[in-house]
Design a protein around this ligand. Sequence first.
Ligand code: SF4
Ligand code: SF4
Length: 525
Amino acid sequence: MVSSINSQQLYKLQGGIKLPHHKNDSLQNGLSHLPIADKVYISLRINRGNIAKALVKVGDKVLKGQIIAKPDTTNGSYIHASTSGEITAIMQRATASPEADISTVIEITTDGKEQWVLLNKKPINQAYIDSVSAKDIIDSIHNAGLVGLGGAGFPTHLKYTSNDTKINTLIVNGAECEPYITCDEQLMLSYPEDLISGILLMMKASAASQAIFALEDQVGNIKSAIEKHIKQRKINNIIVTKVPTIYPAGGEKQLIKVLTGREVPSGGLPLNLGIIVQNVGTIKALSDFISEGRPLVERIVTVAGDCIGMAQNFITAIGTPMSHLLQHAQFHKDKTHRLIIGGPMMGYSMPDCSTGIDKTTNCILALSKNITQHYGDALPCIRCGECVNVCPAGLLPQQLHWYIKGENLEKAREHHLFDCIECGACAWVCPSQIKLVDYYRYAKSELKYLDYKREKSDQAQIRHEQREARLERLKAERAAKRKRTRRRTTNTDKIQKDLSATMERIQKAKAARQDTKLETKNDSK
Ligand code: SF4
Ligand code: SF4
């Protein structure tokens, strides 16, 4: 249980680093709607794992906002068409993910009309918030296809349905701590009122009694703009607070620590502490779905870096090719050394720019060699311990690296590899320029694959044992049946025999009676 909110008290973040911001360029050029591309490529991969099932086929006409894929399990989210047009391919294609993983992608060739499905709109006023049920809001979260827009794309409705702990606090994450990325700051500047509506809905869905809206202390006048709307709506259980701009203070677990002093247990979730953390983009998307009927088919993307002539934020349809965004931001291809999805710390390089953005793509960075020179050839670890000092998760990065390099992945797991948030602070300070996060990502995906295989083989073993047991049971049942039949046959024979003997006796008795009658007749004559 989190105690009542206190605007004054903040707790120290473990580790962390100060980074240059590089945020002004994109902020000063504002927010604009990106014109729709000729084709969009919508990945069916959800939450970097499950694949949604396509509900359309090549040649189908679709409207913007129409559901085109649904998850196979409840552990996923719906996928909607981000433009109107025709399905022109369903194919295997590189997606916006580390390693540019190949996955199923739906190609829509736009008709340029941007024609929406019928939208069900409701004004989000106090009367609506009072009358709507938590279940209806959670259903809306699911139907809107909401996922965490600030992180790994975890389906949002699961935070509200898979929890036995009572939720006490909603933390609104507006602390965007990576350099260059300004999509959340831009969103908070542009839509403070929608955000308040979204927060009230999320609070109702979770039954949280309070919300803490966290911003970085370097943002301008966003705090006062949001507080103005809170005051206008006479709300007294949402507080806006600024956290120090130290990377990665905006990480979910780190933010909880800074705001409440509490630590999410190793392998646990914020839910275990009665807390839900929600990115501002996700909250705004819920507000859009309820007030406008619009599912999650677009998001704000920052395009920045020293190879971009006009850094800015674009409202972008999901599936838009990166090249289309770059074209509209004066991209200097020749100078570019690295093209990154995400920020310079947690982002990943993309080999080419035809990939479509997904719901979690917050930024596209085009960086020259001058900026990326930090990533030189790796040298051996000198055991300086710098990485340990900055790790916000309290891990031993060099030790993890050592185990993974020696393919001792289970040892890395024992040393809490899965608590690593891949913030890259360790790699940033490493004098040997070891790409530590690459090792952690590799080890995590290998371990997940091994677990998957183990689970599959366990399941196969269980299935085999169940089959053997079933066959044994059938065998025993058949034997019992045979025995019963044999016993019945024996009984029938005996009855038949007894019956024959009885019949014989009757016949004999009858014959004897006949003889007696004849003798009597003859005597009387
Ligand atoms: S910072 Fe780099 S060189 Fe230093 S201990 Fe960590 S991994 Fe080794
Ligand atoms: S990437 Fe992982 S190991 Fe490195 S500092 Fe961040 S949390 Fe710690």
